[in-house]
Design a protein around this ligand. Sequence first.
Ligand code: UT7
Length: 325
Amino acid sequence: MRAVVKGIGHSVPSGVLTNKDLESMVSTTDEWIIQRTGIHERRVATAEETASTFAIESSQRALASAGLTGADIDMVIVATVTGDRIFPATACLVQDAIGAKHAGAFDVGAACAGFIYACSVATAMLESGQCKRALVVGVDVLTKTLDYTDRSTCILFGDGGGAVVLEAQEGTDRGVLKSLLLSDGAGAKHIGMDLGGSLHPVCKPHEGVTPYLYMAGAEVYRFAVNAMGDACVKLLELAGMTSSDIDLFVPHQANLRIIDSAAERLKLPDEKVFINVGKYGNTSGGSIPIGLSEAVEQGRLKPGMLVMTVGFGAGLVWGSNLIRW
Ligand code: UT7
């Protein structure tokens, strides 16, 4: 039994925040941001737009591309750390909006690696026969958590999401072939958001606790450079493949330099590496499904191709999926 990709779609806000815009907000330059991150602009949600806005729209697009409706889905999984509310799960809002009346629904919290984790969980559920068709969404609206006076974080992130429909099929060589999920909670302090959890509930005084996302950029950078390459090399080994088998590499879009170092480690030529960090920045859980969806739109990802995805993020967590499209 395999979890085969039946449809895909993505959705991003229409609001654009350019590096030039940021120059008038914090002490930074277009040149610095491009040189250190590869980001030119990012999409930013309005006050009314939330994680479910992009989750629902990308789900509807994925269902349309699969030729299915919500009634055909029996599991909804949303990877997000910026859900509409702490609870209930954003997956339930998606389940209701698409009319998946007979589906289970839950969120997965693995930050920028969320889509990798959610795809792996969905695949296990499909392969075990627990469900027949799963809708897997990766979405985040991290701009709502940013301090736009902190130049070390506010330049990096953007909003958006993407969704895939996975279907259990027998007798096929297509589908999610293998996954690797890893974590190191000792690095939990390097990136996170404290306010609103059970440690620092919003309804209690919270002196000294920042309400914004915090990040030790250099630590996360050092971790990411090793983690991305390590996960890919290990997963290829587990699958009995080499990097020359990869047709398209769709890594988490956090920083062009991190993507370049992973691609270099795998000795992948430029045409096999999908990059859109320049126009979206880091969309966290949205980044990989948005990348996959755009790769399909651009004709760079076609049925039968071997695609490798890899992500890393707050936790620390990281992981990779090998998918025969
Ligand atoms: O999905 C996971 C999410 N997180 C990440 O992926 C983040 C990974 N880390 C990174 O991408 C990089 O560490 C950053 C892009 C955040 C920072 O780049 P860096 O090359 O590691 O810069 P740095 O933090 O070492 O800072 C170098 C200098 C510092 O100035 P001094 O101390 O050398 O005078 C910073 O204050 O650059 C300064 N700086 C800036 N200057 C202009 C930091 N942010 C900015 C800025 N504009 N926006």
